[in-house]
Design a protein around this ligand. Structure first.
Ligand code: HEC
Length: 121
């Protein structure tokens, strides 16, 4: 009886965990697609990403810094950087477009990109 009860609790917990990590994996996949797709974010045109061989194969440009350590950044800083790098950094000139302010990526798309950026160590 006691075993049955703890099994029940264990499966309830693992159900919760797998549901939330599944949703998160979906968001990361969506963000990664935006990052790599020319007509969407096309971030790979300017940014190389650490440890992502498929991006290396696509030949990222070198207009922007190689992205690394973004998993340590907080969500808001990442969001603001993608939304409008000029406002986020107080700079006037940058090759990086203000994706949110220009209306190229909407709120949900930027959030997906941020979820992907958070996977970059
Ligand atoms: C045309 C080139 C270009 C494109 C396209 C571009 N970026 Fe950038 N990005 C830059 C440059 C240059 C910087 C450095 C900011 C500056 O100008 O001071 C930068 C900075 C960043 C930073 C801060 C990195 C750091 O270590 O300081 C992040 C995060 C970032 N970009 C994400 C993205 C994402 C996500 C996309 C796609 C939605 C994207 N970039 C598209 C050129 C680009």
């Amino acid at each position: 009886m006691r075993l049955a009860k703890s099994l029940l609790i264990a499966s309830a917990i693992s159900g919760l965990i797998s549901t939330s990590s599944f949703a998160n994996a979906d968001l990361v996949a969506k963000g990664e697609k935006i990052f790599k797709t020319k007509k969407l974010g096309n971030c790979v045109a300017c940014h190389a990403v650490n440890g992502k061989a498929d991006i290396d194969a696509m030949g990222p440009g070198s207009f922007g810094p190689k992205l690394s350590g973004l998993s340590y950044w907080d969500d808001k800083t990442l969001y603001d950087t993608v939304y409008d790098v000029y406002a986020a950094r107080g700079i006037k000139v940058s090759p990086m477009p203000a994706f949110g302010r220009n209306g190229w990526l909407d709120d949900a798309e930027i959030k997906a990109v941020v979820a992907y950026l958070k996977t970059i160590n």
